[in-house]
Design a protein around this ligand. Sequence first.
Ligand code: SF4
Length: 283
Amino acid sequence: MTGRQLVTSAQNTWCPGCGNFTIQHTLKTVLAGMEQEGTRLDDVVLVSGIGCHAKIADYLNINSFYAIHGRAIPVASGIKLANRELKVICCVGDGDVYAEGLDHLIFAAKRNIDITVIVHDNRVYGLTTGQYTPTSPLGFKGKSTPMGTMEYPLNPLELMLASGATYIARGYTKKMDLLKTLIRGAIDHRGFSFIDVLQICATFLNLTDHYNTHTRDLPAYDRSDALLACEKIREWDYNSGAPIALGLFYQRKAPTFDEQLQHKSLPKTERLLRTREFLATRQ
Ligand code: SF4
């Protein structure tokens, strides 16, 4: 099926001004472009978690799986390992993946599982009406923290770098062209790709003015240099008033989990040959 209608007829219940619209539209545009270039959209699977973001599985007309809270990544990993030919995209929320599902995120990065994780990071639990998440700003006053949070937010990009992710980026829902480039790059990347998207929650934590005045593009540097990437990632710690860099922070090539799994199932002589070939690429 080509030229497919990518938006379903499901009633959209996101609030007006929600950044999820941008992510949905951008993903749709990327998928349409891939289809035009010859990708069969039946070979793409979208997995979502639980939260406002997760409704994207209802709104995009591709194969999809609505996982339970925090468990989108193990489902996506299983799909990928069952069929290596599939492109697996995992849309998750910040509460969903940095709280309930954090261990899965870390281990998927560590194993370099060839999936794309797009975090709709609105820095609040929107669906349950405004509780704080691991990336909420210090002092955020929500339903569960009327006096303000006392916890410093997590820097997910730094965590992903330490965990072994091979593609690490940050986007913003008001910068759609950049977001499109990052999503396409992540899908094309062979290995675990991760994009933290600063997503506007128009209802419970609207940071539009702050992001509009503080975001900037990353400068040029060697994207395969982990130390430089770490330096750039640490410039903004999710709480300070420092400039917020957007773009691709880090990318490297590494064997994926499915490649290694296939390697292990080969006869011993073939395995030795492949190991030699692999080692030769590292010299
Ligand atoms: Fe979007 Fe926030 Fe409304 Fe949820 S609560 S749909 S994240 S604006």
